[in-house]
Design a protein around this ligand. Structure first.
Ligand code: GLV
Ligand code: GLV
Length: 317
């Protein structure tokens, strides 16, 4: 059986697939594939390992002649029409849990960088402007004693709450269901989205992108933020109104924002790059050696299981 992999991923996955006697075809193009390249790479595959940049909409899924499983090398799966895949008897899987800690670390990294203005401060030093300790040099915000609003209290949201709690923050959260664990362990309190936005000092987004979460942080909702608020997004760019948030940052309506994801990734709104009160990362939430190895392994195991007639480990449809 043939497995197509749309980009070079860690060797651990390839080894498992070879041991299972699959024929592997890895794209040699070292950038996200366009739709023609994606079709060419995947159309005759029995199983596919793809990236979050590969769009499997209805048209693309219709081009697949034999595919039984699409293993997304990511926890988010908004790049795949999972309902349509199901109609076509294609199992879609993702890589949950193993990237929880790495992604939560990235959220904290953004919170701390925004709070303590680390980008601005480092740039100042590299530009040769540091002339000595000064009482008012790059004053920022404390995390301790402040309120963190966690939007989406799934695994990653809870791992962020755990870190923030140990920093001495008070946790509130917005989620569809009641999350006893985050309440018991980190004294978190469930609130409405509006209440969360109007009372948080820090806001961190941890939702899947779907029709119901798209633009959830609309202009109207963003206007509820405190003037001293810090907003960080390690989920998906489309969850917030990026253009409006940029307007707010430009006119200092909030303190700062940290981005790991963007609305039109990999295009970055040029205005963002001109702002000092933002921290901009290139979608590296899960980017640690260990985590990416484990993601590759899980993606491979999902493909192997499905093609050998066993249950997928982490199906999403
Ligand atoms: C990264 O954004 C992921 O969904 O894994
Ligand atoms: C800072 O370096 C201090 O000693 O307060």
């Amino acid at each position: 059986m043939k497995i197509s992999i749309t980009r070079k991923i860690p060797e651990t996955a390839l080894q498992l697939l070879r041991e299972a006697d699959f024929e592997i075809n890895i794209s040699t193009i070292d950038r996200p594939l366009n739709s023609d390249e994606l079709i060419k790479c995947c159309k005759n595959a029995d199983g596919i390992i793809c990236l979050l940049t590969d769009k499997f909409d209805k048209d693309m899924i219709d081009k697949l002649t034999k595919c039984k499983v699409i293993a997304n090398y990511a926890v988010g799966f908004n790049n795949i029409d999972i309902e349509y895949a199901k109609e076509k008897n294609i199992i879609v899987t993702n890589t949950p849990d193993i990237l929880t800690e790495a992604t939560a670390d990235t959220a904290l990294l953004l919170m701390l960088s925004c709070a303590r203005r680390s980008f601005e401060a480092e740039k100042f030093l590299r530009d040769g402007k540091f002339n000595g300790w000064s009482p008012d040099l790059f004053l920022g915000m404390d995390l301790s004693g402040k309120i963190l609003g966690v939007i989406g209290a799934g695994k990653i949201g809870q791992a962020v709450a755990k870190r923030a709690y140990s920093f001495g923050m008070k946790i509130i959260y917005f989620s569809r269901g009641q999350k006893r664990e985050i309440e018991n362990k980190f004294k978190a309190k469930k609130v409405s989205l509006k209440k969360l936005l109007s009372s948080s000092d820090f806001v961190s987004i941890h939702l899947n992108l779907s029709e119901s979460t798209k633009n959830l942080l609309s202009k109207e909702n963003l206007n509820l933020l405190k003037k001293t608020a810090v907003v960080v997004n390690t989920a998906r760019g489309e969850i917030l109104d990026e253009d409006y948030l940029i307007k707010m940052l430009k006119s200092n309506k909030i303190f700062a924002a940290g981005f790991d994801v963007y609305r039109n990734e990999p295009k970055i709104n040029p205005e963002l790059k001109n702002l000092n009160n933002v921290v901009l990362l290139p979608h590296i939430g899960s980017a640690t050696f260990d985590t990416r190895n484990k993601m590759a392994e899980l993606a491979a195991k999902n493909v192997i299981n499905v093609l050998k007639g066993k249950k997928a480990l982490t199906p999403v449809n």
